[in-house]
Design a protein around this ligand. Structure first.
Ligand SMILES: Cc1cc2nc3c(=O)[nH]c(=O)nc-3n(C[C@H](O)[C@H](O)[C@H](O)COP(=O)(O)OP(=O)(O)OC[C@H]3O[C@@H](n4cnc5c(N)ncnc54)[C@H](O)[C@@H]3O)c2cc1C
Length: 431
């Protein structure tokens, strides 16, 4: 049998080269807008997969598998021959020579560069927080958190022969991530006690959600906050407002009022920042939250060929404010950026970016969610939850992932306690 002929790789080297740093919502949207056009595109990402961040909390609380919320970037662009991928971390951008410098020192030259490096957890300089609190910003974070949660419950079961054990899980931050995670965690704990037979006294397990603000979900109207609070409390989550964290230790947390609480885990959902990321270093004076300041067409100030999109960019909303760091902003800004690069290459004038508000939503547990529609009206309860399910399925990348998540969610609708409650040891050290 003769061997398969070597595959032929089309030569795109004569085309303008667009380098996109980051394969998140913004980077993928940019590259999709440039796919099969007269440009050569290279996406550079430190992970070889795109992560659907809004469902990370379901991986952390053993509702979904990591592979169900991630998708290989090469597979996304399998049919677009002009889009390539480089698995690497970008260390630096040299604006003068128009090259990006990778960890390890190799370089990639560009005609246009799109910075879509996202944001990261913000610890506000609180001692011990970056070391001991557990963020939820990557697939590795979600696996680490799942390990910690399940291991803590197993340890409590093992110690049950000697003395009853108390477990405190503290979630810092009452935004959508904090609300979603605390609701799901409370359901996970009830499940392992009831279904898996762990010998843990439910009255000794606390899921405590703390925030400095006086209410949950501050971007939502007050009635949505009250609804979320009522639902979470019904699920057994304790909520404390006006509490600020002053220190996180390996297995303890300290508050400004002097209380020191022993904890099984501190889950950090207190906010995001671009400080400390590549985007932060692109300008001498970075914008709000370390984001890159951009012109209305999404180019860096004083640059003709470097663009920034998504969470990494301070995208103007109007003369005074900036767009929120949300998935729809990332996708819309990525698409807009691709169109503007093509216009520039044609010698045509560019257009300013206009954000179309798609609303915001947060799920609180099974059958409960709040959604604020673009006009300002709020839907909650089961209809909010169904809207949340539909939207997340729609935006999840990959037909196979959509199908698997839909099957899992449907299965769990009827048999909630099923779920991948696996402690995978290597996740403690994985990046
Ligand atoms: C837990 C969580 C839940 C969320 N829930 C919602 C929600 O329900 N609804 C909503 O609208 N928004 C939600 N968001 C926000 C939303 O996910 C972000 O706004 C969106 O992901 C931003 O997209 P992005 O492409 O700008 O950045 P990201 O999605 O963060 O992607 C950035 C990419 O850049 C790569 N990268 C970073 N630095 C480098 C480097 N130096 N070299 C190479 N690659 C690099 C990263 O690996 C990553 O793939 C949530 C965010 C989190 C963390």
């Amino acid at each position: 049998m003769s061997p398969d002929p070597a595959p032929e790789f089309p030569d795109f080297s004569h085309l303008p080269h667009v380098v996109v740093i980051g394969g998140g919502f913004a980077g993928i949207a940019t590259a999709r807008g440039l796919a099969n056009k007269n440009v050569r595109v290279t996406i550079v990402d430190k992970h070889n997969f795109h992560t659907f961040l809004p469902l990370l909390y379901q991986v952390a609380t053993a509702m979904l598998e990591p592979a169900e919320v991630a998708y290989p970037i090469r597979t996304i662009f399998g049919k677009a021959k002009n889009v390539g991928f480089r698995h690497a971390t970008v260390r630096e951008v040299d604006h003068v020579r128009s090259v990006v410098i990778l960890e390890g020192g190799s370089e990639i030259a560009f005609d246009h560069l799109v910075v879509a490096t996202g944001a990261t957890a913000s610890y506000f300089g609180i001692p011990g927080a970056s070391q001991y609190a557990m963020p939820l910003y990557s697939l590795a974070d979600a696996r680490r958190l799942r390990n910690r949660l399940l291991s803590s419950l197993e340890e409590a079961d093992a110690a049950a022969d000697e003395a009853p054990v108390s477990l405190n899980f503290v979630i810092v931050g009452g935004g959508p991530t904090g609300v979603e995670t605390s609701g799901a965690l409370s359901e996970l704990i009830r499940t392992v006690i009831k279904r898996d037979g762990l010998r843990i006294d439910p009255s000794r397990v606390r899921v405590l959600l703390v925030d400095m603000a006086p209410r949950l979900l501050t971007p939502f109207p007050e009635k949505a906050s009250k609804y979320a609070q009522k639902e979470l409390e019904r699920m057994g989550v304790e909520i404390e407002f006006g509490r600020s964290v002053v220190e996180v230790e390996e297995r303890a947390i300290r508050f400004a009022d002097g209380e020191r609480l022993k904890v099984a885990a501190v889950i950090w959902a207190a906010g995001v920042t671009a400080s400390g990321t590549l985007a932060h270093d692109l300008q001498a004076s970075p914008g709000p939250g370390g984001r890159v300041r951009v012109t209305p067409d999404l180019r860096l100030l004083e640059s003709s060929n470097v663009w920034a999109v998504g969470d990494a960019a301070a995208v103007p909303l109007d003369d005074k404010t900036f767009c929120p760091q949300l998935a729809p902003v990332a996708m819309q800004s990525g698409r807009h950026c691709a169109q503007q690069i093509l216009l520039v290459l044609e010698g045509a004038p560019t257009k300013p970016f206009k954000y179309r508000n798609k609303g915001i939503m947060a799920t609180i547990g099974r059958h409960a969610a709040v959604a604020q529609l673009p006009g300002g009206s709020v839907i909650k309860g089961t209809s909010g939850w169904l809207a949340w399910l539909g939207l997340h399925l729609w935006y999840l990348i990959g037909f196979r992932n959509r199908l698997r998540v839909m099957i899992n969610w449907t299965w769990r609708y009827f048999d909630w306690p099923s779920g991948p409650r696996l402690i995978v040891a290597d996740a403690e050290t994985a990046e």
